[in-house]
Ligand binder design. Structure first.
Ligand SMILES: Cc1cc2nc3c(=O)[nH]c(=O)nc-3n(C[C@H](O)[C@H](O)[C@H](O)COP(=O)(O)OP(=O)(O)OC[C@H]3O[C@@H](n4cnc5c(N)ncnc54)[C@H](O)[C@@H]3O)c2cc1C
Length: 379
């Protein structure tokens, strides 16, 4: 019997894992990417991403993240590779504005995620290198940590190819939607590709491919990342002595210590200015650097004069509600749209890919909170 042929466009965390799950379920899959899996323009580029399950109340992501973590570990065992580093994740919280985290606790419990609530004296004792001023309590997820981003995207693509998937490094031109269903893709080398179904997992580029329906729904925002150099021989700021951390004060700062000896990674999660993922120059802003330096000096006083040793600029592919987009194209029933990771999508790659493969092959409906129809209420 002829296998169903599915073209997946985008080999980032969403597209790569979806392509692999489709292949594992018996489809013939062609994966295309303009610049390569986890490339430096992609949202899945860069070395590391946080794996955490604390997500506030009434949302699907705690359960999805917990399932994804199981899949990350299962594939690690299968491939004999390590992408997940279980250093724990510490949330530093002020009781003034902790509805999000307080609301997370029931979801963590329901999903069977291990966590402990910590008092400030407990945290001070355990991590004396942190100034806990303004912090009233904390949540520690001891089994969470960080993931290797770029490297795992490449590994997913490598396994996909080894298992018989077809990978092509080409750009897909915006599809013509005159006569549904979608019949073929036009590629940057002038050729065309025909498939039965198409999955567009183009991260911050999704709106460029479908300007009429997604142009205003996904905003690419500039996010600056900083790596500071700890004092020589000082291991207080690497992943042996510090967990991954998030600090939910007026702004949300987060960091991944150690980070393959590339420095103490710190970022401000506040959504930045609009950014073009293709042509944007990846230079951090002086204002954000100043803000991040002030924060580091306050929260990690021994890092006061730490030099900036590396920077990165990435972009979030932000939806207005930070929920993903997992849906069929409204006019082309054989085209699926997968994106809107909104600064938290990476960890979910294996679980979201599995879920997308099931939706596509079994003709199921996605969750309401990921459907495009939710945006029509906003118009
Ligand atoms: C600074 C930063 C920090 C983050 N931190 C975290 C975190 O700690 N934890 C977490 O879980 N998530 C985090 N995220 C979010 C997460 O990284 C993203 O949500 C996720 O990687 C998005 O994956 P994606 O596959 O949708 O997009 P992408 O990784 O951007 O992949 C899209 C791919 O499509 C390709 N493409 C685009 N257009 C075309 C075309 N026309 N033809 C062919 N190919 C095309 C691109 O080359 C790209 O490879 C962070 C993001 C950033 C930027």
């Amino acid at each position: 019997m002829k296998k169903t042929h599915i073209a997946v466009i985008g080999a980032g965390a969403f597209g790569g894992w979806t392509a692999l799950h489709l292949l594992e379920r018996g489809a013939h899959v062609t994966l295309l990417d303009a610049w390569g899996p986890g490339n430096s323009r992609a949202s899945s580029g860069g070395e590391t991403r946080i794996m955490r399950c604390t997500y506030g109340p009434d949302q699907p992501y705690t359960e999805l993240a917990a399932h994804s973590l199981k899949l990350w570990k299962r594939y690690e065992r299968q491939w004999n590779r390590q992408f997940f580093h279980p250093d724990g994740v510490l949330w530093m919280l002020s009781s003034k504005d902790d509805a999000y985290e307080r609301g997370s606790l029931a979801a963590l419990r329901d999903a069977g995620v291990k966590f402990s609530e910590l008092s400030t004296p407990q945290m001070k004792k355990r991590w004396p290198q942190i100034n806990f001023s303004g912090v009233d309590w904390g949540i520690l997820e001891p089994d969470s940590g960080y993931l290797e981003a770029r490297a795992s995207c490449q590994a997913v693509a490598d396994v996909f190819i080894a298992l018989g998937g077809v990978y092509r490094q080409l750009a897909v031109l915006p599809p013509s939607i005159d006569e549904p269903p979608l019949k073929e893709l036009r590629l940057s080398d002038g050729t065309r590709l025909k498939a039965d179904s198409y999955v567009f997992a183009c991260g911050p580029w999704l709106g460029k491919l479908f300007p009429d329906i997604l142009g205003s729904l996904i905003q690419a925002t500039k996010q600056d990342i900083f790596f500071f150099g700890p004092p020589a021989g000082d291991s207080r700021f690497n992943d042996i002595q510090l967990p991954v951390w998030g600090d939910h004060g007026e702004r949300f700062f987060y960091g991944i210590p150690g980070n393959f000896s590339r420095g103490f990674k710190v970022a401000d999660d506040t959504r930045g200015a609009a950014f073009d993922p293709t042509s944007g120059e990846r230079v951090v802003s002086e204002a954000t650097l100043r803000r991040v330096r002030d924060y580091v000096e306050f929260r990690f006083p021994a890092m006061k004069d730490a030099p900036l040793i590396e920077t990165r600029v990435c972009q979030y592919e932000q939806t207005s509600d930070s929920d993903f987009i997992v849906d069929r194209h409204p006019r082309m029933s054989n085209a699926w749209l997968l994106g809107g990771g909104s600064g938290h999508g990476f960890k979910h790659g294996p679980a979201l890919g599995e879920l997308a493969a099931e939706l596509i092959l079994k003709d199921k409906k996605p969750r309401k909170c990921w459907q495009l129809s939710r945006f029509s209420k906003e118009k």
